[in-house]
Design a protein. Structure first.
Ligand code: KG4
Ligand code: ZN
Length: 340
């Protein structure tokens, strides 16, 4: 007998992207993302505006995902949604929407940890993407998180290192703010970094023991450096923006790679996957490719569309949990500080 197809609707609303995706088994049929431009004028995500925008976006985004997938809602096997971590007001929109759809269709509800989803996005079936074998190391790098995780199986994960202050994406965004770049500044710094000299300026690297990270000192270092230089030459930023960006990027990638090397040494695991918004960065992608030849690592780099927040990664976790019949009760609550 042929196996029945499983259709999962994934819903993501943890921060400032409203997203819905449909998966048929482990293959994506649609992945719709509505980002919220409104935060750019405030230089960061404004929680109240985010949750209001999610409320406006969620119905059309889910409709579009179902339409693009070419299925009907009656074909859905289960609804997976982001339970946390994230902004409470944003999470509540996705959580209550998912509950009402699952209840209305009388199908299982599956809660998903957003950070696990960034890692398990590597198990979406893609022709040109190999899946990491267990155990592997995952480095999740985003605007809210910086972690190194030992992944023993789909749902057995151990955080072996994390930031003690700012996340790496925050380091990019705050550096961008100092330089007068728009929000989020990560992509712009990355673009300019490729045009500049990475060794033009030197920034201090934080001294944090073990596998933990710290980025707040770097931000202060960059701030004082820029203030000093601008005092001497008011056009310093405009005249040297590409070199400044390249030097910041060089420092940040150096910090990430130093910790990864230590993690490989400590665990003996050299299969390395990355996930989260900063995994779109050209510097970290190149450093990991180089590490394949240099250190014999195997690296797993997500497709661009699965780097920043998206519902495809929520749906794949939904599928993996569906196979285990790991369903949620309807009284499950959004949890802003959910741990891996
Ligand atoms: O995963 P994500 O979409 O949202 C969070 O969960 O935080 O990550 C957003 C972060 C932002 O800080 C943004 O500046 C950063 O990812 N980012 C990048 C790049 N693309 C996005 N940082 C560096 N280089 C990039 N190419
Ligand atoms: Zn994220």
């Amino acid at each position: 007998m042929e196996k029945e197809n499983i259709y999962i609707l994934g819903i993501e609303s943890s921060c400032d992207d409203t997203s819905a995706a449909i998966l048929c088994n482990d293959t994506i049929l649609s992945n719709v993302v509505a980002d919220q431009k409104i935060h750019a004028e405030y230089g960061g995500v404004v929680p109240e505006l985010a949750s209001r925008a999610h409320q406006q976006n969620i119905v059309p985004v889910v409709h579009q995902a179902i339409e693009k997938a070419g299925i009907t809602k009656e074909q859905l096997s289960a609804i997976a949604f982001t339970r946390g971590p994230g902004l409470m007001g944003s999470l509540l929109v996705g959580t209550s929407f998912a509950k009402s759809v699952a209840y209305g269709l009388d199908i299982p509800l599956i809660d998903v940890n957003h950070m696990q989803a960034h890692i398990l996005a590597h198990f979406i079936n893609e022709e040109d993407h190999k899946k990491p074998p267990f155990p592997f190391l995952a480095m999740t790098i985003s605007g809210g998180h910086t972690q190194i995780v030992k992944v023993k199986s789909y749902f057995e994960m151990e955080v072996i290192g994390e930031t003690i202050d700012d996340a790496v994406g925050e380091a990019y965004d705050k550096s961008g703010k100092i330089l007068g770049l728009g929000y989020p500044a990560g992509p712009e710094i990355d673009r300019r970094a490729q045009l500049g000299n990475p060794k033009a300026y030197q920034f201090t690297k934080p001294k944090v023991d073990g596998l933990n990270f710290s980025f707040s000192g770097l931000k202060t270092n960059i701030l004082y450096f820029v203030q000093r230089e601008v005092k001497a030459n008011p056009n310093f930023i405009e005249e040297n923006i590409n070199d400044i960006c390249a030097s910041i990027q060089y420092t940040i990638i150096g910090i990430l790679m130093t910790k990864l090397k230590l993690a490989v040494k400590q665990t003996g695991i050299n299969h390395i996957a990355i996930g989260g918004g900063v995994s779109a960065n050209s510097g970290i992608r190149k450093a990991l490719k180089d590490a394949e030849d240099k250190f014999g690592w195997t690296s797993y780099i997500p497709k661009f569309e699965y780097t920043t927040d998206n519902a495809a990664m929520i749906a794949i976790v939904g599928y993996l949990k569906y196979l285990e019949k790991d369903f949620s009760d309807f009284d499950v609550m959004a949890t802003a500080r959910l741990k891996i």
